[in-house]
Ligand binder design. Sequence first.
Ligand code: ADP
Ligand code: MG
Ligand code: ZN
Length: 491
Amino acid sequence: MAIATKKSVDLLSKYESVIGLEVHVQLLTKTKIFCGCPNIFGSEPNSNVCPVCLGMPGALPVLNEQAVEFAVKASQALNLKVNETSIFSRKNYFYPDLPKGYQISQFDKPLSEHGYIEVTAAEGTKKRIGITRLHMEEDAGKSMHDGFVDSDCKTYVDLNRTGTPLAEIVSEPEISTPEEAYEYLTRLKEIILYTGVSDCNMEEGSLRCDANVSIRPRGQKTLGTKVEIKNVNSFRFVKQALEYEIERQTEVLEDGGTIQQETRLYNPGEGRTYTMRTKERAHDYRYFPEPDLLPLIVDQAKQDAIRATLPELPEAKRQRMIAEYGLTEGDAAMLTATRARADAFESEAKKAKSAKRLANIVISELQGRLKAAGLELEDSPVTMEGARVSADLLEAGTISSKILKELYDHAFEQKVDFPVIYEKEKPQQITDTAEIEKMIDEVLAASPKQVEQYRAGKTTMIGFFVGQVMKASKGKANPAVLNELLVKKLS
Ligand code: ADP
Ligand code: MG
Ligand code: ZN
């Protein structure tokens, strides 16, 4: 359903879309949320299970403190207010991957509420997307429909995932476009990765997203009927599924129809969504407080202790780095894309003669060459340490920026680090004092006016003389020797 005609473009501007996202994040605890089974991915099916997570009658859940701490940490990073008291509830439904017949979740009293994520919206403006709540819950098992010899007639169940701790993060219906949804997810994942409470690996299912979308005539206050698109397994597909769904809903309304509240599935191969089931309502789940668990108390002291473990978060880091190293927004975003990358840069920046110079080289010498080679910063032949060595050489005047560029070209061609290529190709330096003295004499003799100015107190002229001698030596004069001799001659 491509939008090709002028008419359909007009239609898209007649309506506006409203999007709300529900994101499930698996918490990286050692054990499951209510039992001692290992919380790891990729084990032999049904090997990490026990009576508690298998839902045997009489088995009792015990809440994992680490899971609570991780969920609180994620809440704080997302600007959510943590409730001192929250309540676990049973969400009742039948499904083969849910042996208990209910999922322990949080319902009317979630762990935290009223947060937000700042995103860059259209035209580069900043926009806050509200986060309604973050609640804790256990994951269900996994139905396996493919990959077995009898998959045509049987579905298998792997219960290893049952009881994995999840944080569900629910946004307000405040996202306006599929691009904004993509941006929200990118920022959310980045923040969670910085906190270290989840690896957010979408392939392994440790980050999953349900996208809710409705449309309404532009300017209308009330929300339209929403459709929920379940379990889309990449951010790009979320964006594509939303784009498709907005077009579909627009056509339905234009044809005089009404939108059905329902759950749909996205098929990335076909680029379209399909009805999965008409949407159940909260009362269908017969939520009630979990009788086997006490209310969860996270008092202020505990909240403060957890807050103290929060790292500097991406947005704060970006703003600081822009101020500290004179970076642009885009360059700061590149350098802070992961916490490891930002740390690698900053640990060298601390050692560098000039941190700004290092930032400059990473942006101007590394980034462009990496992009051309389709590489990430982490795969660069020139390491962050190598880049710092080059920055220091440039800062000290030992090499010129022209030679630096050449050395970078060769380092990338030969796939070696900067210090390696520098040792191999470094310009033969002139350290012979007599030879340098001779060049200085010639320069001074040729610039009597400047010498006069220098002697009259304008000592900044030294830079001019250094430049002249460097030029005469084709950049090979040893800068330290040159400086020393110059000062001596001029005084
Ligand atoms: P449900 O009970 O169906 O799960 P919720 O009210 O809990 O619905 O909302 C689930 C998600 O759907 C939230 O992210 C919310 O922002 C979003 N949402 C709710 N109403 C709409 C709507 N009319 N259009 C788009 N998104 C919506
Ligand atoms: Mg929902
Ligand atoms: Zn278990």
